[in-house]
Write a protein that binds this ligand. Sequence first.
Ligand SMILES: NC(=O)C1=CN([C@@H]2O[C@H](COP(=O)(O)OP(=O)(O)OC[C@H]3O[C@@H](n4cnc5c(N)ncnc54)[C@H](O)[C@@H]3O)[C@@H](O)[C@H]2O)C=CC1
Ligand SMILES: O=C(CO)COP(=O)(O)O
Length: 320
Amino acid sequence: MSVSVLGSGAFGTALAISLAGNGPVTLWSRNPDQASQMQQSRENVDRLPGVTLPANITVTAEIEQAVRSDVLLLAVPMQKLRDALNLHAARLSGKVLVACCKGIELSTGLGPVAVIRQTVPDAQPALLTGPSFADDIARGLPTALTLACADVELGEALQQELTTANLRLYRTADTVGAELGGALKNVMAIGCGAAIGAGLGDSARAALITRGFAEMQRFAALRRAQPDTLMGLSGLGDLVLTCSSELSRNYRFGLCLGQKKPFDSTTTVEGVATALAMSEIAASEGLDMPISATVAKLSSGAYSVTDAIQALLGRPLKEE
Ligand SMILES: NC(=O)C1=CN([C@@H]2O[C@H](COP(=O)(O)OP(=O)(O)OC[C@H]3O[C@@H](n4cnc5c(N)ncnc54)[C@H](O)[C@@H]3O)[C@@H](O)[C@H]2O)C=CC1
Ligand SMILES: O=C(CO)COP(=O)(O)O
């Protein structure tokens, strides 16, 4: 199977670099200037400075060239996925589309696989998710990810095709559980960053990770995900990574909130929209999601860190 990556940000570039170890890869950028600059300099100076693109990556802004591949990896932010798919829907018809984004669409409450199904109904959707920083993948460090595909046969083929020397792929048919794990952990990472930034300590962070995970499981049950999926790489694995590393943009965004420092608004922070989406859905379904609701208010500026602490600690006591 030939492979293209659509989206030449940090993650798309890192995946292309790793996959280039298996064979030629096409990396598509929506920006012609960026594409020709990357094609010539063999570097993504904005997102992965200092990492050289292997010779068998072709960077292009021509969508026709990119969609010639059998498998297309979609490495764009969650809130941009629908626009990107709608724009190229006719060309993507019948293709294997592997979403690599983590989030819940704010306007619909849907995850990436459902957005693919709506926008390109005859595509074959799958999802690649799990604990992985673009920088680690691009530098060839070992990483384990989850490949989720409802079609078991296609999932097995994709697992073989997208496993590389440094990317070990595990497989699941539970796309709902896999996409919720990746989406919701970002919300908890913002909360953990804010707690550490505000000087609340590691014990507070451990409480947020644990009670945050309980919220993730509750939300996943509402969406009929398999409970085991949340225990795997795409859930617990990514939660632990993102809540504990300053390489995470969601965590760093939280740190800045906690420290009352400004944050670069051009940085992709998926947890902000997802916190809002998640807490709106939870409120309408009567689901108790206090950390997500608090992170949504903190991220939008409606809460200070002091408000957030009061909101969480002031709730009635309950059974664990
Ligand atoms: N950076 C990382 O370490 C990881 C990122 N991810 C996920 O990958 C997704 C993308 O993140 P990054 O690559 O890190 O973000 P990024 O901000 O580095 O890159 C996003 C890319 O998407 C492109 N883009 C935005 N809107 C577009 C549109 N409408 N059509 C086509 N392209 C569009 C941008 O031009 C940019 O090249 C996110 O959902 C993120 O959660 C997942 C695992 C690791
Ligand atoms: O998803 C990631 C790690 O698995 C990347 O996290 P950030 O988007 O917070 O940088």
